[in-house]
Design a protein around this ligand. Structure first.
Ligand code: DGJ
Length: 732
């Protein structure tokens, strides 16, 4: 009764009793989805529908069907105070009311889709908010964000400025999200949304994905399934502090509110007269193919539009960190390069430890960050020599930097520019890694120039440098800027990341082909705010293959394989001390962008031959592994000891590769045949097992119909501890 009344009120409010004015419908559509808004001039913008694609006639029918939620699409803190709001402002006159009314709707074609801008203005003050929707047709993604422009005479303070709001109607919504910590990133959590508010947020200040990730999925038909169910995926494209709030409507238990954007803690943003702030995009996707459908859409979107150079396959590399740590010498670098060449790799990356200054050495992790000069004690012939050595061996050369950081009182950078660090006058600063590390104040344009200069200098000293590993190993402490004025201290969090984006834009404009890895003590910065500037990310500092199965499962929810760096490391593993067979280690690392994180000289002759073959097969198959559609077959969380984590299928369904891992082993613990996904049921596939050690799977070499592989499954004989399989399928 109450609900019928509400709907009636909604319809009356909008002046429609069955004859809605279709000219006010705003459809934002992709190939398979539609978001429907209602934009009537002089009224707030309304959200009506988000789901499977509908046409204009069907859009009108939604009103007749009677379930239009009548929610403002971008709710403001206004006279109806208890409402969830996405934006709260303090006007120049001190008042905090905001009523955004539609002025106009603009549409324009953009690459792969359309940009729809709903222009709104406060009822009273000259404060303008453009509410933007950008469709990506073939990925079924719609991004939404706002652009707030202050035309008042003085500063307007944005106390809250979320990117987007989405009202969702379902009586049984489940949330899937990733949570973790250093070395254990991206663990999966799934739970029904119940009464009260659920908040997912991060306030690290610099790296926002070691703990909770700013990407979530909502399963609208109850418990999340991998292959079915109406599911919405949402990714906030932001590298700084964020919060995502989910709350049931106090008056309607089948309606819940979802808000996502910059976290407002200590983040009030002063918008000067005639200035505009653009909020980060929230990327949304909808599918009825469950979590797998969301992942495939997001991966397609990422590769085509978001990730830097996202359609390209990545090189097989060796990174020096776990091989030598800070103990870098020219001889050791030569040896590692010889090793990766022997394995069939294509790129060598020299990690931390190569730099110094006259006064400070990087022999421990407590000094010299910021002093980016080659340490001639360790590398007498400099970087160009290493690049030449790599080149002679048919390899590319890459290097590690951490340009947003320096060591407090332990770097020449500090000696020269103590004011370039975030700090509060008279307060002893918090110093982190090595007891001295602190973050630079990127809000200061001179610091921005310095950071760009670090890359410029490397590219001048070593013009053929092919790869940079860009690290970030401390939180944002010492929340104070000597550059920003006393009235702007609360915008360090936001200002820092806007500045970081500027810096990266400058670097990318100059060096579009340089491959840059996004690293932050492992997976601390795996987000779509930064990935437009990076080719890949370091998934985790934890290279233990068993734990990586879980980390990579979680990471694959939103991020594609060509961005997910996965390295084979030593046994016992340096993080967990676990000893895992080389085959299992390769089978896990080959599910992402394969690399090596150990000394190849530690391989036995037999292991070396195995690794060489593995690298060769990986290089042959990487177009499908790195760029194919992902199907997750069997979750490590659900099946008590086995995971058939990743199956990659080429767009034409002619080629596929998948992996299966035994995660624990007990007598009697057998594994049933595993049903494959994504194949063409009308074609037959030749089965070829790769990375073989010991017995083969029964089907090895056989030609089997796609239908049978997907319905009856494939027996994998995973019958000993750390058993694993890598299988290639080729349609004939
Ligand atoms: C943290 C990174 O995640 C590691 O891979 C390594 O690069 C170290 N920093 C170097 O200090």
């Amino acid at each position: 009764m109450k609900r019928t009344l509400l709907i009636l009120i909604a319809m009356l409010t909008l002046g429609m009793t069955g004859t809605k004015a279709a000219e006010n419908d705003v459809l934002v559509s992709t190939d398979n989805t539609t978001m429907l808004l209602f934009a009537k001039k002089g009224e707030p913008l309304k959200f009506v529908y988000y789901g499977a694609r509908i046409n204009e006639q069907q859009a009108s029918d939604i009103w007749l069907a009677g379930d239009a939620s009548n929610r403002n699409a971008y709710p403001t803190f206004n006279d109806w105070c208890p409402n969830e709001s996405a934006i709260r402002v303090r006007h120049a006159n001190g008042q905090i009311m905001l009523n955004l009314l539609v002025q106009d709707v603009e549409r324009k074609a953009v690459t792969g889709g359309e940009l729809v801008t709903v222009k709104t203005k406060d009822k009273v003050q000259p404060l303008f908010v453009d509410i933007c929707y950008r469709s990506y047709n073939n990925a079924d993604v719609i991004e939404t964000w706002t652009e707030v422009t202050n035309r008042e005479k003085k500063d307007v303070v944005l106390e809250q400025y979320a990117s987007a709001y989405l009202p969702l109607r379902s009586a049984n919504v489940w949330l899937s999200h990733q949570h973790g910590q250093w070395g254990n990133e991206c663990q999966m959590y799934e739970e029904p949304l119940t009464a009260g508010m659920k908040v997912i947020s991060n306030r690290d200040g610099g790296r926002n994905t070691h703990t909770d990730h700013p990407e979530v999925m909502f399963s609208l038909d109850g418990q999340p399934r991998e292959t079915m169910g109406r599911t919405i995926g949402a990714a906030l494209c932001w590298s700084g502090n964020y919060s995502m709030r989910m709350a049931f409507d106090p008056y309607d238990q089948s309606l819940f509110h979802f808000l996502a954007g910059v976290d407002e803690t200590a983040a009030a943003y002063h918008l000067g007269a005639n200035q505009t702030l653009r909020t980060p995009e929230l990327a949304l996707t909808y599918t009825d193919e469950g979590k797998g459908g969301v992942s495939r859409n997001m991966h397609r979107w990422a590769r085509q539009y978001k990730l830097h150079n996202g359609m390209a396959v990545r090189d097989v590399l060796l990174n020096s960190w776990e091989g030598v740590y800070l103990d870098i010498t020219e001889e050791k670098m030569h040896k590692l390069m010889d090793g990766v060449k022997q394995l069939g790799g294509e790129l060598f990356v020299m990690d931390d430890g190569w730099f110094a200054s006259d006064k400070y050495n990087r022999d421990k992790d407590n000094a010299a960050l910021g002093d980016w000069n080659v340490d001639r004690r360790k590398l007498p012939n400099g970087l160009q020599h290493l690049n030449d050595y790599a080149k002679q061996h048919g390899l590319k050369f890459g290097i590690w930097i951490e340009p947003e950081m320096s060591n407090w009182k332990a770097s020449e950078l500090y000696d020269k520019h103590p004011d370039w660090f975030l700090q509060n006058t008279g307060v002893e600063p918090v110093q982190q890694r090595g007891g001295t590390q602190a973050r630079l104040d990127l809000c200061n344009p001179k610091v921005q120039d310095f950071v760009v200069g670090v890359v410029d200098r490397l590219m001048t000293d070593c013009p053929e440098l092919a790869y940079i590993k860009w690290d970030d190993n401390a939180i944002t402490a010492n929340y104070g800027s000597t550059y920003l004025g006393s009235d702007r201290q609360s915008q360090i969090y936001t200002g820092y990341h806007l500045a970081l984006r500027k810096v990266l834009e400058r670097i990318r404009a100059k060096y579009p082909d340089l491959v840059i890895q996004d690293c932050a003590s492992g997976g601390g910065r795996v987000n779509y705010g930064l990935l437009p500037y990076f080719d890949e990310f370091w998934t985790s500092d934890n290279t233990d293959a068993l734990q990586r199965v879980y980390i990579q499962w979680g990471t694959s929810q939103f991020f594609p394989a060509n961005a997910m760096a996965a390295h084979v490391s030593a046994a016992p593993n340096h993080q967990t001390q676990r000893t895992i067979p080389l085959k299992f280690r390769f089978d896990v690392a080959e599910a992402g962008r394969l690399g090596i994180e150990m000394r190849p000289s530690d391989f036995t002759t037999k292991q070396l031959a195995f690794a060489q073959q593995a690298v060769e097969d990986y290089k042959r198959l990487r177009p499908v592994i790195q760029l194919g559609d992902l199907y997750r077959l069997l979750s490590p969380y659900e099946q008590g000891g086995v995971a058939a984590s990743h199956m990659y299928v080429s767009a034409d369904k002619g080629k596929a590769v998948f992996y299966a891992y035994k995660l624990k082993h007990f007598v009697g613990h057998t594994v049933p045949p595993i049903r494959l996904q994504g194949l063409d049921p009308n074609r037959s596939y030749r089965i070829k097992e790769l990375n073989k050690v010991g017995n083969s799977i029964t089907a090895d070499g056989k030609l089997i119909s796609g239908k049978v592989l997907m319905e009856a499954g494939l027996a994998l004989a995973l019958d000993n501890e750390y058993a694993s399989r890598m299988v290639e399928l080729t349609a004939e």
